[in-house]
Design a protein around this ligand. Structure first.
Ligand code: GLN
Length: 536
């Protein structure tokens, strides 16, 4: 294919309509036709990245291999497209302004007045076309966060309006996602919010080419005609996106509705073939047909919001499909777990996963959960803080260091089994200063993890400040908790196991950032397999 094509996805009426999933589904469909695709998310908030956001605010912070702390939609992009995203795939207003202000301070604007138009909009345009600079992609899909009409989205809308003319009408497509609410009292689906939302876009100078209408009920031909007529789009460009039981069905629905066909048509790309989704369909079949259910306790402190552990939940779903079981995840609030109730809270689960996290709220409940899993031979998976809790628990209850702790929670402990690295000690700034992104990890021969990965060297992503303290390593080995993954450059411990236990693995990295539909993560597959066996 010739020049790169740009698809812009905006949303109207409400947030949370699933723009990320629709964008990722379109990406998957185009990829299934043999095109090279990447997706980018533009976020209108002023944080430079979501790394400093509390998970309650914006859900999980997703980390890319190059160490960017990004929006959780990038997780969907990677899981759907099986691609690696990078810093360039997530841009926030904070980052844009930071760049423009830095340039102004350097004198780059040569005395000009620095303004939203053209300086901010130019910076946004630069970030969008940057992905196309090396001609690596046939399609760049740019999802604009927020809802049209929001004050903070305006510069983005203006930037993509300009890009249509800079790049050429024949190289750009605008998709607008809205909601068609159902009024139960009158039994009707209503199109007015969509009409208004398109009007707002038109006021900003953008005529959408395709409308994706999110609805709880099927849209009939009359309704589609009405929307087409009032919103100036072709009838075939009115696409319905109906609620489904799993997000992974959305690519199939979008294929049925012809979203990829209409996008290609708008770009004057002739095509006879259809998107080949065979592998994807196999995955959905396995996902839906498994009738066995296993129950995993996810012990964490952000459990009120599903999105806080998005990638872990999706990784468990992928691993369930591989093992032909439905994985039922039950959130257990770590603050609610106590000595008195731990067996009641965790009894009856086929596996226990202790989640990542920061700070000391709920830490005792997490440590108690590890004790329960260790003593009762329940498959245990500790991720990041979960590994750190496992290390602390072992030191206290097996090695006899009663006050063992992480210096994150207790800076004066005599047994700092988890501690800050030398290079982290002087760090005071919060944004982007943790150990972030992909690092190699050398696996111990004959270990459980080496068997699961079927490899000696892997690369996994990190997001933490504290590390296993190697001063205590020999003592751990002597007592039966052994390092089975080591960073070959720094010697840092990345994985700990407890041989003799059915499945006890803690990882300092976050394996959940690397599980995709087409490549489910080996550790999650192995954990679920152990949970099934434990059940027998
Ligand atoms: N708070 C711990 C640290 O910074 C663990 C972080 C995490 O679980 N992502 O090391």
């Amino acid at each position: 294919m010739g020049s790169t094509k740009y698809v812009f996805v905006t949303g109207g009426v409400t947030s949370s309509l699933g723009k990320g999933i629709v964008s990722a589904s379109l990406g998957r469909l185009l990829q299934a036709r043999g095109y090279r695709v990447t997706i980018q998310k533009l976020d209108p908030y002023i944080n430079v990245d979501p790394g400093t956001l509390n998970p309650y605010e914006h859900g999980e912070c997703y980390v890319t291999d190059d160490g960017a702390e990004t929006d959780l939609d990038l997780g969907h992009y990677e899981r759907f497209l099986d691609i690696q995203t990078s810093q360039a795939n997530n841009v926030t207003t904070g980052r844009i302004y930071q760049e423009v202000i830095n340039k102004e301070r350097r004198g780059d604007y040569l005395g000009k007045t620095v303004q939203v138009i053209p300086h901010i909009t130019d910076e946004i345009k630069k970030r969008i076309t940057f992905l196309g600079r090396k001609d690596e992609y046939d399609f760049i899909i740019t999802e604009i966060g927020g809802t049209v009409g929001d004050i903070e989205s305006l510069p983005y809308i203006e930037a993509v309006r300009q890009l249509r003319w800079d790049l050429g009408v024949e190289n750009t497509v605008f998709i607008h996602l809205t909601l068609v609410p159902y009024l139960a009292a009158s039994g009707e689906l209503k199109t007015k919010p969509t009409q208004h939302s398109v009007k707002v876009l038109l006021e900003a100078g953008i005529q959408p080419d395709v409308l994706v209408l999110r609805a709880e009920h099927e849209l009939d031909e009359d309704l589609r005609r009405k929307v087409a007529l009032f919103c100036n789009v072709a009838l075939e460009a009115v696409i319905q996106s109906i609620d489904v039981s799993t997000i992974y069905e959305v690519p199939l629905l979008m294929k049925e509705e012809g979203l990829d066909v209409i996008v290609l048509k708008k770009l004057h790309i002739e095509t006879k073939e259809t998107a080949d989704l065979k592998e994807w369909e196999k995955f959905i079949d396995r996902l839906k047909s498994s009738n066995k259910e296993i129950r995993i306790a996810l012990v964490g402190k952000y459990v009120e919001l599903n999105d806080s552990y998005k990638s872990i939940l999706e990784s468990l779903t992928h691993a369930g499909a591989v093992n032909n079981v439905k994985v039922k995840v039950v959130f257990v609030h770590s603050e609610d777990v106590s000595d008195a109730n731990v067996s009641e809270k965790l009894g009856g689960f086929d596996g226990i996963l202790v989640a990542p996290g920061f700070g000391d709220r709920g830490i005792d409940g997490k440590i108690l959960s590890v004790t329960y899993a260790r003593e009762n031979n329940v498959p245990f998976f500790g991720i990041c803080l979960g590994l750190q809790c496992a290390v602390i628990e072992f030191a206290r209850n097996v090695m006899g260091f009663d006050d063992a702790h992480s210096t994150e929670m207790n800076s004066s402990t005599k047994h700092p089994v988890i501690d800050l690295m030398e290079e982290q000690k002087g760090v005071t700034k919060k944004g982007g200063t943790m150990r972030l992104g992909g690092y190699d990890c050398l696996l111990e021969k004959g270990s459980l993890v080496q068997d699961a990965y079927r490899s000696d060297m892997v690369r996994e992503r990190h997001r933490h400040r504290y590390e296993f303290n190697n001063d205590f390593l020999e003592s751990y080995k002597k007592h039966g908790m052994i390092p089975t993954g080591i960073n070959p450059e720094s010697g840092l411990v990345e994985i700990m196991e407890q041989p003799g236990h059915p499945w006890f693995v803690g990882t300092q990295f976050h394996p959940e950032y690397r599980s995709t539909v087409l490549n489910p993560h080996p550790l999650f597959i192995s954990f679920i397999k152990a949970a099934i066996e434990n059940r027998k």
